[in-house]
Design a protein around this ligand. Structure first.
Ligand SMILES: C[S@@+](CC[C@H](N)C(=O)[O-])C[C@H]1O[C@@H](n2cnc3c(N)ncnc32)[C@H](O)[C@@H]1O
Ligand code: SF4
Length: 548
């Protein structure tokens, strides 16, 4: 009789949970709450979790986990509670000690966590264990093979890619077979590739509606668009691609862009990124873009103060940007669009101190990501973003500001992609003594006014023998620069072009220069690499993964 009554209470409570009436369900269960009773206690803990009363939920779930260590439902909610409250060590310990064949999904969670922490060796172990149970998990296999190549475990990369090239689903899939073949060829150190590019970064035109003083497109006296041949080459290669970034100039001034965008959208594995100043986003484009299934729309906004914005974005009207952002917000909401909206801030001394307000702006217009990218000028009067012209107090202020910005963004679910140089080594160097610093600063400022010099000294002292090439982009990517030249990576500052606009594009992937680039990297010859990459100002992840 008592059992039947208890069952009814649990059923009623579950009904209330499904209707979101958590407090009512909690009140119903409290009188019969008893740790000896797993069903009641678990429902109670689950409600605490839904109510985000994480500490109470964790205390109860820990007791349940001790008493019923094999209960996967308890494990699931306890691990989620740890993760959501940032108790990552406890999350990892719990899952590691509880793994068995009945809860192999936890293995994937652990692997993902280690991957996020950049502990790639351990993440590979868990991905591998997962894959041994779930042979057909192709996304896991494709991630694992990349990790093996990243950490230099070539034999394992060869083993996995060879095995999966024979997998029935891979054989019938152009994208996946190219992916595994590409990873195999990287592991085998091939310089002539049978696989095709997997990433493209395309400047479609140098035409632009603005004349931003820092931008390289200003130097061009002639306007150009990509050639029809190159357009054909892109279209042909779309099924192999995992990532394509469209930029200019201004992409919306290129008349063939709509066709290219729609063609690219047909490929389900392909993520598109559009980098734009956002001023030409009219109703037609907004309605088209928000329907895309896998798109990151990146809008460059360097200031949210009208005068400063219009000085940096020469020719722009701040009101037009605001009107476009408002419209975009409305249409995204109405259509429940799942595109990602990114705000790209090119950081200079002029805007860095208003970063916190820029995060507020990002919150207001529902940006998902903020990219912090340093202003990098070689040839204009603008100052390159660097730390050597700043006092210790200013650097401390910048460091604190960065912490606040990260915290505010995290609380508002905005991801920050921070590609600014690391401030800590510079701050540390102040502890060596002021005289040394002044001298060091003066020397560094002389040498190209860039923070690379310092890192160069440090990194070259610490560097271990390289197992893998510095960068894998020349095996995976074709990029066009804002000057219309073709390189393995647009960040490459060295003039190693693969071809110019009008050449035969079918041969660029294995052109003499591309082969030589790969050969040099295999032999750890970095003569063709830029300082930013050698000194890890460009991250290893950017250099060696396809999508980070
Ligand atoms: C060349 S623009 C092309 C796309 C588009 N017109 C735009 O402004 O977003 C791509 C990105 O490069 C950034 N950029 C331009 N000049 C730069 C420089 N000298 N250093 C660093 N980033 C720069 C822009 O702010 C923009 O975010
Ligand atoms: S940064 Fe973008 S908007 Fe500004 S001139 Fe360059 S291409 Fe045009």
């Amino acid at each position: 009789m008592v059992e039947i009554k208890k069952e009814i209470i649990i059923e009623n409570a579950k009904q209330h949970i499904s209707e979101g009436k958590y407090d009512v369900a909690l009140d119903m269960l409290l009188p019969i709450l008893n740790i000896e009773d797993l069903a009641v206690s678990f429902e109670y803990a689950k409600i605490l979790y839904f109510l985000k009363k994480h500490n109470e939920a964790i205390e109860l779930l820990k007791k349940l986990n001790n008493k019923y260590p094999n209960d996967n439902n308890v494990l699931d909610i306890l691990s989620k509670s740890y993760k959501e409250t940032g108790r990552i060590e406890e999350f990892v310990n719990l899952l590691e000690k509880s793994l068995n064949e009945t809860n192999i999904e936890f293995c994937l969670e652990l692997a993902n966590e280690y991957y996020l922490e950049k502990n790639y060796e351990t993440s590979a172990k868990f991905y591998n264990r997962y894959l041994n149970s779930k042979k057909d998990a192709l996304p896991v296999a494709s991630k694992l093979v990349q990790i093996y190549n990243f950490i230099g475990q070539r034999n394992k990369a060869i083993e996995i890619s060879s095995e999966y090239l024979e997998h029935i689903e891979v054989k019938g899939n152009k994208f996946l077979s190219n992916l595994f073949l590409n990873e195999l060829e990287i592991a085998q150190e091939k310089t002539i590739l049978q696989s095709n590019p997997r990433i493209m970064l395309v400047a479609l035109t140098n035409r632009c509606n603005l004349k931003c003083p820092m931008c390289a497109t200003r130097e061009e006296s002639n306007c150009w668009d990509i050639s029809e041949d190159f357009k054909e080459y892109i279209i042909k290669n779309l099924p192999n691609l995992e990532l394509i970034t469209w930029q200019g100039g201004e992409v919306f001034l290129y008349k063939g862009f709509e066709n290219l965008f729609l063609e690219a959208s047909k490929n389900k594995y392909l993520k598109q990124i559009i980098i734009t100043n956002g001023l030409l986003l009219n109703e037609h484009w907004v309605k088209l873009l928000i329907k895309a299934s896998y798109l990151d729309l990146t809008i460059s906004i360097d200031s949210i103060e009208k005068n400063a914005y219009e000085t940096i974005r020469l020719g722009a009207k701040f009101e037009v940007l605001l009107a476009n952002l408002k419209y975009l917000k409305l249409v995204r909401q109405e259509n429940k669009s799942n595109i990602t909206l990114t705000m790209r801030i090119t950081i200079s001394d002029e805007n860095v101190y208003s970063l916190e307000q820029m995060v507020d702006f990002a919150i207001e217009y529902r940006f998902d990501i903020i990219v912090l990218s340093p202003l990098d000028i070689e040839q204009h009067s603008f100052t390159k973003y660097n730390y050597f012209n700043k006092s210790k107090e200013e650097l401390m202020k910048l460091k604190e500001l960065k912490i606040k910005v990260l915290e505010k963004s995290r609380k508002n679910n905005i991801k920050i992609i921070d590609t600014l140089p690391d401030i800590n080594p510079i701050l540390d160097s102040f502890d060596i003594g002021n005289e040394n610093i002044d001298e060091t600063n003066a020397n560094m400022a002389d040498e190209n006014n860039t923070c690379c010099q310092k890192d160069e000294i440090k990194i070259h002292e610490e560097v271990e023998p390289l197992k893998m090439p510095l960068c894998l982009r020349p095996w995976r990517q074709i990029a066009t620069t804002v000057h219309g030249k073709i390189r393995p990576e647009c960040l490459c500052l060295k003039n190693v072009d693969l071809a110019y606009q009008c050449e035969d594009f079918s041969s660029i992937w294995n052109s003499e220069n591309m082969q030589e680039y790969r050969r040099k990297l295999i032999n750890f010859d970095q003569a063709w690499c830029c300082k930013e990459c050698i000194n890890n100002i460009v991250s290893d992840e950017h250099k060696k993964f396809v999508c980070v």
